[in-house]
Design a protein around this ligand. Structure first.
Ligand SMILES: [Zn+2]
Length: 133
């Protein structure tokens, strides 16, 4: 592991060390690794922390919201089909419709979880942006 390089990482948003409250957290980029690392190290006390990157948070939010909306539309459409079938006594394969509804629900739950995780990551990143001293 290389020591954080200060000159290399002039970031717009400063991340403060929570441990010593004196140093700044700099990304630890190992060779062959992507630039948007989540591993940070304090330039003062050497405290290592995982701070979610903005890129990952944004992609999580995007996936969660778009995927969630898409699943919701599918769910509502499927529910409408089922309701119409019941209303007009049209024989439909209830088992198939129920299965589709369940799958849509699972997807909605999954995407909701993704959004929640992104929000948690935003909070975590934000907590490093407040200087303690
Ligand atoms: Zn520190």
């Amino acid at each position: 592991m290389n020591m954080p390089n200060q000159t290399q990482s002039v970031t717009r948003d400063k991340l403060y060390c929570k441990k010593c409250s004196r140093g700044l957290m700099f990304p630890v980029i190992e060779e062959g690794e992507a630039e948007y690392t989540e591993n940070y190290q304090c330039n003062n006390c050497g405290h290592v922390a995982t701070i979610p990157s903005v890129l990952i948070i944004v992609s999580q939010l995007f996936t969660g919201i778009v995927g969630g909306l898409f699943s919701l539309v599918l769910f509502i459409e499927e529910l409408e089909t089922l309701m119409t079938a019941f209303q007009f006594n049209i024989s439909v394969s209830i088992a198939t419709d129920m299965a589709l509804l369940s799958i849509a629900l699972i997807f909605i739950a999954g995407f909701t979880f993704t959004v929640f995780r992104a929000v948690r990551d935003i909070r975590k990143r934000k907590s490093y942006r407040i200087p303690l001293h």
